[in-house]
Design a protein around this ligand. Sequence first.
Ligand code: ASP
Length: 437
Amino acid sequence: MLKVAKFGGSSVAGAEQFRKVREIVESDESRRIIVISAAGKRSSDDHKLTDLLYLIHAHLSYGVPCEDILNTVETRLLGICDELGIPMDLKPELERFRRGLSKDSSVDEIVSRGEYFTSKLMAAWLGYAFVDAADCVFFGLDGTLDRETTYAAIREALDQKGRIVIPGFYGQLPTGRLRVMSRGGSDITGAIAAAAVDADIYENWTDVSGILMADPRIVPNPSPIEKITFAELRELAYMGASVLHEESVQPVKEKGIPLNIRNTNRPQDPGTMIVESVDENEMSERFITGIAGRRNFSIITVYKQGMKLSHSLRQALEIFDRYQTPVEHITLGLDSFALVSPTANLGDAVYDVIAEIKKSCRPDEVELRENIAMVSAVGRKMSSQPGVSGRLFQALGAQGINIRTIAQGADELAITVGVENEQYENAIRVMYESFAG
Ligand code: ASP
């Protein structure tokens, strides 16, 4: 058994968190590759190392002194080292980093040091070998991952060293320069490492006990999701849930490696397991996996008696395409169709779009409705359950929530309803209570 465990910024924010990480790692000897983020916030008024490093770069590029911020970064790292009595002297390297900084230092070189130094400390604390991401994560000149070289390098490092810590978030370009990934990129490094060694599982340790069925700011104490498929996760993320980014799960998804989201502060919780598919017999009673949504959509509805639907729809879609406006949902009627787009994407072009639709489709009427929230109930089990939509509409209706539009994907993985913006939270609560509560 081989596990790759990635610990996020809040899991390595200070000495106390480092202790929890060691306990977790030592409790299972198959956790042999550890991927580490830069130390994050210890409390809500604290700062992430990565943010401080971005700030240092901004100061340097404008020629503004930033000694204080550099001191804060150093104090954070040395504080962890001292408090835990880690047998390593980080000072000379921190000093070299400071001396090497100039107006021309690249942002990637600077911000990657958060992961680099935090991982060096963690490797020494765990007694694992430190393997720099510059030596095992490689990008091509176009900035995309060079999979073959990367996977081979990670495999070789594991073979040679047995137990390794790799800093997340960055790698090396063919020019020898460092490149950082998008924010939160350590998730991607973890998935890459898991795919490289064909891990049995990729654990992503964070500060929540998995993905919740609904936004806890809207639904009090929503249940965590035990098991979810990658397809459902994609659907929830698309509808606005703040869950793992798709790019970050791609390497493990491709290899069919399950991803387990765990809580460093509550290691006894099983967290959420993200898998390729779920055995029918294993399915829990719940047929909704999660609920997510977003506000501020516009619906453009086109009416025309006896219209040739395919023709008019194609013309309308071409117009949206020309204005580079994404269409997120389409609903069809006998003599009408409606296109749903984020209002911000339509922007002021909305009037031009409508004018062009009038010109090319020659409709009887075009209607624009704004301030719409789209809310989805996502669940792989819905397709096998008759009457789900009926139950949903009834529940919303009973609470006086007017449904402006309804969309169901062809794969029946989600049912989406459009409601007024001000009914957004209410709709999520009603859906949660009627299906999950
Ligand atoms: N430290 C980086 C960030 O704050 C990457 C990560 O934590 O995954 O975005």
